[in-house]
Design a protein around this ligand. Structure first.
Ligand code: G3I
Length: 386
């Protein structure tokens, strides 16, 4: 069944075929999920993940969590919260000498009140920089500005953070920079050493937090992603060999559905290479773009869930993977609705819950992945406990 489902991902079979698969997919997944001893069919994702030694959660924001029905589902399903925007420079640093922690403090309190972990995103990125940045930061004050940002923001949450995305999307080989680095404002201002500097400052400010290099474009079987994986691995090797305190790789995992885009063996081997550096791995921003899928909802849901299952079946086999986060919990709040809207204008269906906060096949695929780990042999060593 699994092989059949993957086959249609390569080139969509007719609508009738997909509809048949979607109902069979749903029956099979639901049947399997209650086959695992002691796991009730409706057990929330956070509990299923915990049973497998993993952490499940999602990105969200202050505004979203003031939608009470959504907040209730978030608290029910998620064991970790990452602010989608509230800890980016644009939100947290309105002026060079002013920090605004109101939003992230409220989100951290929500997490604590709901017995969730809290993670930070992101300390160094080329996007979401405040308007004053370009006119204020220059090569003579950039190091002090970055150090002040990290020590203040990480220091503010010291001891309370599960992990930080210290640097975000730093690899972009076709920028033709050393180490395949993105030609970001930070590289221009400080050179490649800005990455080491960021990790060292974060480790100083919070020795307890897991420090993550978060990267996109490393999931697929394309020439571009091959280049990004190679450059990411080389960078991690360099950081580790120079004693820079990087602890984990974050794999964003914004997945697409182009035919033949995923190679399980290649991705498995990449995860193994990262793990062999002594690093943990987090799936940090998982979702599936459904821009060009057929309009039929059960077909779309089945194809999307099949993609979740295909990807997660590789991820959960790697013992160094410690967490899976989706970039949003419900289609009601997905960046994809704005950035990658469906060509037919209907709401995207990329996340575990739909617009009405109902669980979908994508939720079932996540549940099944966690159940499979819970039912399987214990990982060779207890890599999943931080
Ligand atoms: O908060 C303002 C609001 O006051 C204003 O009225 C509105 C007008 O457009 O903009 C709001 O800010 C938006 C912000 O999200 C908060 O909603 C920004 O315009 C918008 O650009 C920003 O987009 C976010 C984007 O990162 C840039 O920060 C997306 O929501 C967020 O999903 C996306 O997330 C990124 C990760 O950080 C890194 N990996 C890729 C991922 C997707 O792009």
């Amino acid at each position: 069944m699994l092989v059949k489902r993957r086959a249609f991902l390569k080139g969509f079979v007719g609508l009738a075929g997909l509809t048949a698969i979607s109902s069979l997919f749903e029956q099979r997944l639901l049947a399997q999920s209650n086959l695992v001893e002691g796991i009730a069919v409706d057990m929330p994702l956070r509990e299923r993940a915990a049973k497998s030694g993993l952490i499940y959660g999602a990105a969200t924001g202050w505004e979203q969590l003031h939608d009470s029905p959504f907040a209730a589902q978030f608290a029910k399903e998620c064991g970790i919260l990452v602010p989608e925007s509230e800890l980016k420079w644009l939100a947290v640093r309105p002026k060079p000498d002013a920090f605004n922690f109101t939003g992230p403090d409220w989100l951290m309190q929500f997490a604590i009140s709901n017995n969730m972990l809290f993670r930070g995103h992101t300390l160094v990125w080329h996007e979401a920089l405040p308007a004053w940045f370009q006119s204020t930061v220059n090569s003579s004050n950039a190091e002090a500005t970055l150090k002040k940002h990290i020590s203040t923001v990480v220091g503010h949450y010291a001891g309370k953070m599960h992990s930080w995305d210290v640097v975000n999307e730093v690899i972009l080989p076709w920028n033709n920079q050393p180490d395949g680095l993105r030609n970001s404002p930070w590289l221009k201002l400080l050179g490649p050493g800005y990455i080491d500097l960021a990790f060292r400052e974060a480790a100083k400010a919070d020795p307890k937090a897991l420090l993550v290099l978060n990267q996109d474009r490393i999931e697929n079987d394309t020439a571009a992603d091959d280049q990004c994986r190679a450059a990411t691995l080389a960078l991690l090797q360099r950081l580790k060999s120079s004693g820079t305190p990087v602890h984990a790789l974050g794999i964003e995992s914004h997945l697409g559905l182009d035919a033949g885009i995923f190679n399980a063996e290649k991705f498995k081997s990449f995860l193994r290479d990262v793990a062999s550096l002594g690093l943990k791995i987090m799936i940090t921003e998982l979702d599936v773009t459904d821009q060009d899928l057929p309009a039929d909802i059960s077909t779309r849901d089945s194809i999307i869930a099949g993609k979740y299952e295909e990807f997660l079946s590789v991820v959960i086999e790697e013992p160094s993977v410690i967490a899976v986060l989706t970039w949003g919990l419900s289609d009601k709040y997905s960046w994809l609705a704005d950035e990658r809207p469906r060509t037919d204008g209907t709401p995207v269906r990329s996340l575990p819950l739909d617009m009405n906060l109902q669980r979908k096949l994508a939720w079932t695929a996540l549940a099944q992945a966690f159940d499979k780990v819970a039912a399987g042999p214990a990982p060779p060593q207890d890599l999943r406990v931080l």
